[in-house]
Design a protein around this ligand. Structure first.
Ligand code: NAD
Ligand code: UGA
Length: 463
């Protein structure tokens, strides 16, 4: 089937950028991205393309190129489903916060709602693509909903997980390491796979498009995230040993990364990984393993999360201990709140947990992040429900100017690796701070020698 109309349900960090790139690269395909969130859709349609709801380098240009030509954003979900030959489901799949599997299993209620809506609206055969990250064998549940519509419509379900990382979404989408498409072994299943291969084939070379069965595809996505997160927890575990032994984690990472079997990427020690997916996907993997009675497998992967939680706590403990065991009433400035640089996304950012710990110790937190508002910072803290929102508001202040944020601070903590932080006038910052001026570099991005020469008490991760 030649694809000319695509619909994507979910205009978030995945749906928005992915569909924008498909539309840009396939001018012959009409791409409609739909969402229940009216505010989000209005922002995607904002006349000023710089106001789109997601900050990603290069994304505004791609959207400007295709929007109104063959890329559309709408809240009319039924219409877009009815018209499309291919429907991508790209809705959120958070960790369950209630009932069975609470705190571990993926909450699939949004996925099920999409499947029921597709079943209700569809009058012609369609290909349904799982773009969201899902537990292995979810396609089975979707299929069982779609197969019971009673109106004779045939559905093919494909798994096409997304591997983009935030902050580099556009380059990742334009030059993917691979595109993974899982489908049914039947003739119809293979035809559906080929239709999607043709779409990606407009800009991705065929040798990078991998086709598998549905279950391998679903499980590969969870496996990829588990392996990536495991590397970070592994190097973070080593960072503490480095601090005790006089080794330097940056040197260790470089030394092991030069072994081509290990590879140099994803070995940056940090205050701990954040983001909406690593923790959620590993917990989901742990839950699935447990549900099959594979307790050793579950324990093995759970350790990645345990280590990450420990690394975040270790960072806040280190700040308290170094500041003479009390931060009560002290101004501690956070440079960065996003979970990584070049994104406005703060989901599961280490900054939230470090701030929460320090507020428990009665610190006053000042925040500067080039892309995150005070409203978002407060919402993130309130979401933890550790204390009242009034108390959070009394404890945290955001600044528009980094120098103002640092003025009078007892300590600065780097929580996000924004490039701009390395270019600041650190002498000026030092002069405006309380002395001794403490600097905790949770991202190892600053030059230790230069900062110590200025007079900072500088502490990095893993050295
Ligand atoms: P998101 O929260 O940014 O976006 C999801 C959107 O879906 C929201 O705007 C929400 O309003 C909408 N939605 C939910 N239910 C809906 C419904 N029934 N009808 C219409 N719209 C609905 O989430 P995201 O970060 O884009 O992640 C989506 C999926 O992709 C998740 O499964 C995630 O694990 C996976 N993923 C995310 C990333 C990433 O970098 N964020 C990368 C790869 C995979
Ligand atoms: C991650 C994966 O990299 C993507 O391939 C995947 O598609 C995505 O999850 C997903 O499924 O959502 P993302 O979370 O956007 O992407 O960003 P990463 O670059 O992976 O960073 C995640 C966290 O790990 C960040 O907090 C980052 O600062 C931290 N990190 C990363 C480190 O602490 N050290 C490193 O060496 C690398």
């Amino acid at each position: 089937m030649k694809i000319t109309k695509i619909c994507c349900i979910g205009a978030g960090y995945v749906g928005g950028p992915t569909m924008a790139v498909i539309a840009q690269k396939c001018p012959h395909i009409q791409v409609t991205v739909v969402d229940l969130n009216e505010e989000r859709i209005a922002a995607w349609n904002d006349k000023d393309v710089n106001n789109i709801p997601i900050y990603e380098p290069g994304l505004a240009e791609v959207v400007a190129d295709a929007r109104g030509r063959n890329l559309f954003f709408s809240t009319d979900v039924d219409k877009a489903i009815a018209e499309a030959q291919v429907i991508f489901i790209s809705v959120n799949t958070p960790t369950k916060t209630y009932g069975k599997g609470k705190g571990m299993a993926a909450d699939l209620k949004f996925i099920e709602l999409c499947a029921r809506q597709i079943a209700r609206v569809s009058k012609e055969d369609k290909i349904v693509v799982e773009k969201s990250t899902l537990p292995v064998r979810t396609a089975e549940a979707i299929k069982s909903i779609l197969d019971h519509t009673g109106n004779g419509v045939q559905f093919q379900i494909l798994s096409n997980p997304e591997f983009l990382a935030e902050g580099t979404a556009v380059t990742d989408l334009l030059n993917p390491d691979r595109i993974l498409i899982g489908g049914d072994a039947s003739d119809e299943g293979q035809k559906a796979i080929q239709s999607l291969v043709e779409v990606y084939g407009n800009w991705v070379s065929k040798d990078k498009i991998l086709t598998t069965n549905v279950w391998s595809s679903e499980l590969s996505k969870l496996t990829a995230n588990a392996f990536l997160a495991q590397r970070i927890s592994s190097i973070n575990a080593m960072s503490e040993l480095c601090e005790k032994t006089g080794a330097d984690v940056n040197e260790v990472a470089k030394a092991i990364g030069m072994d081509s079997r290990i590879g140099a990427k994803f070995l940056k020690a940090s205050v701990g990984f954040g983001g909406s997916c690593f923790q959620k996907d590993i917990l989901n993997l742990v839950y699935i393993a447990k549900s099959y009675g594979l307790n050793e497998v579950a324990d093995y992967w759970e350790q990645v999360i345990i280590m990450n939680d420990y690394q975040k706590r270790r960072f806040s403990n280190k700040i308290v201990q170094t500041l003479y065991n009390t931060v009560s009433g002290k101004k501690i400035t956070f440079l960065g709140w996003a979970f990584k640089k070049d994104t406005n996304d703060t989901r599961e950012s280490a900054a939230i947990y470090v701030a929460d710990d320090l507020i428990n110790e009665q610190a006053q937190i000042a925040v500067f992040d080039p892309k995150v508002s005070q409203k978002k910072v407060l919402a993130d803290l309130n979401y933890l429900e550790t204390r009242s929102s009034d108390k959070n508001e009394d404890s945290v202040t955001s600044f528009e100017d980094p120098y103002q944020a640092c003025k009078g601070a007892h300590a600065i903590a780097i929580l996000t690796e924004w490039d701009a932080f390395t270019e600041y006038n650190w002498q000026k910052i030092y002069d405006s701070m309380q002395k001794p001026a403490f600097l905790f570099d949770g991202r190892n991005i600053l030059n230790a020698q230069e900062l110590r020469a200025i007079g900072f008490v500088y502490q990095a991760i893993g050295s």
